[in-house]
Design a protein. Structure first.
Length: 244
């Protein structure tokens, strides 16, 4: 079972990140792992079972077609949001290690699971398959500091799994903004106002790809820009959704 994810030793971190440790579970170091997690640890991942049908906000109970208050009061520019997990232990720690420490092995099981989740959803009768995946863009200064754009990394892996092309350069940030994690929802929307620039042709059906959806501000602002550029159906795909 998953224990002490945040207290792995330096030796353990080296073990799970080296090539020879490809079969180890990134959480408990079991040798019986598939895509980076053993079955018990995979079962411990917090699934986003009950959620808003529009923005995937986790909800405390199940109800078919339920939409949260925010989406009712201010309908988002995207049609649906597909997110398999809630952003809490151990998913939060796995994404943090991937995003801020560049430890891609912690993202591997999450991205593989997201791909399976999307495949199942896209096989449904009324599903709309995107023509293009658009990673949430990162300002070049922040990307240079971090070393990679995790949204682009996830989108490229999903593109290979699902056979959907990825347009990493279709949307760019005009300027660097304050880190979104420091702001509330309204501040995030203001912070991102006019920040995205579309520099190519946008197809009718697209999916925005990101690692975590927190308030949905980035998806709303980016979705609005894509809709104004010609997109008719916009989806949001991500690894995890925060509870609120």
């Amino acid at each position: 079972m998953i224990k002490g994810l945040n207290f792995l030793s330096t030796l353990t971190e080296l073990m799970v990140n080296r090539e020879s440790a490809g079969g180890l579970c990134v959480a408990c170091l079991s040798t019986n792992a598939f895509n980076g997690l053993c079955l018990p640890c995979h079962a411990d991942l917090p699934t986003n079972r009950w959620h808003c049908q529009s923005c995937a906000l986790p909800l405390p109970y199940a109800a078919t077609g339920l939409v949260c208050g925010d989406c009712l009061a201010s309908p988002p520019p995207f049609s649906r949001t597909l997110i398999p997990w809630r952003y809490q232990f151990p998913v939060d720690g796995m994404i943090t290690r991937y995003k801020y420490n560049g430890q891609r092995k912690f993202a591997r099981p999450l991205v593989a699971g997201l791909g399976q989740y999307l495949s199942k959803n896209l096989e449904q009768k009324d599903a709309i398959v995107p023509d293009l995946l658009i990673p949430a863009p990162m300002h070049h200064q922040r990307r240079r500091k971090r070393g990679f754009n995790q949204a682009q990394d996830i989108a490229e892996q999903l593109g290979r799994q699902l056979g959907i092309p990825v347009a990493s350069g279709l949307v760019r940030r005009k300027r660097k903004v304050r880190a979104q994690r420091e702001l509330n929802r309204e501040e995030r929307l203001t912070n991102l106002n006019g920040v995205f620039r579309i520099i190519g042709t946008v197809p009718e059906r697209v999916a925005i790809v990101d690692d975590v959806v927190t308030t949905g501000a980035t998806a709303r602002v980016l979705g609005k820009a894509l809709r104004e550029a010609g997109a008719l159906d916009i989806q949001v795909w991500a690894l995890a959704r925060t509870p609120g």
